[in-house]
Ligand binder design. Structure first.
Ligand code: AHR
Length: 335
């Protein structure tokens, strides 16, 4: 089968998946603002606001939505440390908040604290990040629902774009998020699923950049040192790490390679500066991951507090942006 046929097959698979995901989207469309009556106190356990533009926009969207909905938001920030975040969720339980929103720093280690929340009859809604419970706890209703983007789809979309752009021949270096974080796991899997269809596409190096531009810059310096002009593309698991990779390529005067031209750059998030770099052709493609979850998640929480149930997973709809559609899209970007 020719590479282009495989890309087509994939496009169909991606579309089908989008249709499946509509169920959650439809459930979210029927949210009302009926739960205003009481001043609820809701805890929000954020993973690490300082790490990226995405997460700053995410935190801001929760703060704004809480204000608009008359909710008292007890905000906790774990600074990227899972043990700190677990302790903070415990504090929210002790404080007897009405509900908890959790954006888990990593997928493991949540069973005990979620069992405590259940015992205290405090509903937990997962925002953006999925988590992995021990098999014996998976059917105990330890969280009501999860709302966010489909990370596996994002990885597949990045792989499909790159396969199409390079006609299925490319040596890729991958800058991952933290290894136990849901987006890193799923984006990595989705990307590999697509690459496995193309014998000419290989991941030649892979290393975490912890969602941060400065750390990703160092990772990219190492890749450039080891692989140099052998690198065809960078797949960065988020935009800020792509910014770090671009800075590293531009700083390497000996190799004198141009990001976006000699080395293709694709990343996930779709933050404003990413669009600016697409327009300047230093970045080639962005897979959107919408951080503006605050209003939606808090409305769902209010409905949960009024006894409504929701599907286990509810997906946001995201798109792929390239140098072709970035300029038209930029004025409408909200983050
Ligand atoms: O969970 C979403 C991811 O987390 C975003 O890609 C990244 O920027 C953030 O830290």
């Amino acid at each position: 089968m020719k590479a282009i046929d495989l890309v087509r097959r994939l496009a169909i698979a991606l579309l089908t998946q989008t249709l499946d995901r509509r169920i959650g989207v439809i459930a979210m469309m029927f949210l009302c603002a009926c739960a205003h009556a009481r001043n609820y106190t809701i805890g929000f356990a954020q993973s690490d606001t300082a790490e990226s533009d995405w997460r700053r926009a995410n935190t801001e969207s929760f703060r704004e939505a809480a204000k608009d909905l008359g909710i008292t938001l007890v905000f906790k920030d774990a600074g990227g440390k899972t043990d700190v975040q677990r302790r903070q969720v415990g504090e929210l339980i002790e404080q007897k908040v009405d509900a908890i929103v959790l954006s888990a720093n990593e997928v493991h280690g949540w069973d005990n604290v979620l069992l405590e929340a259940k015992k205290a009859r405090i509903p937990v809604v997962l925002s953006d990040r999925t988590l992995t419970l021990q098999p014996e706890n998976q059917n105990k209703g330890l969280f009501v629902t999860w709302i966010g983007s489909d990370f596996r789809y994002e990885g597949r979309a990045a792989g499909a774009w790159l396969a199409q752009e390079t006609a299925g021949h490319c040596n890729v270096v991958e800058i991952e998020g933290p290894l136990d974080a849901a987006p890193s796991i799923e984006r990595g899997k989705g990307f590999r699923e697509v690459l496995s269809l193309f014998p000419g596409m290989k991941i030649i190096a892979s290393k975490p950049g912890m969602w941060r531009a400065d750390q990703a810059k160092k990772v990219m310096q190492g890749f450039l040192h080891d692989e140099g002009a052998n690198i065809c593309a960078v797949f960065a698991h988020n935009d800020n790490m792509a910014f770090g990779a671009i800075a590293a390529i531009e700083a390497d005067k000996q190799l004198a390679l141009k990001p976006g031209k000699d080395i293709l750059i694709i990343s996930v998030d779709g933050v404003r500066h990413g669009f600016e770099l697409l327009i300047r052709r230093k970045l080639n493609a962005l897979v959107e991951c919408n951080p503006l979850l605050g209003k939606l998640v808090l409305k769902v929480v209010l409905e949960v507090l009024h006894g409504r149930s929701f599907p286990a997973s509810m997906y946001m709809e995201d798109r792929v942006y390239t140098t072709h559609n970035a300029a038209a899209a930029l004025p409408t970007r909200k983050y």
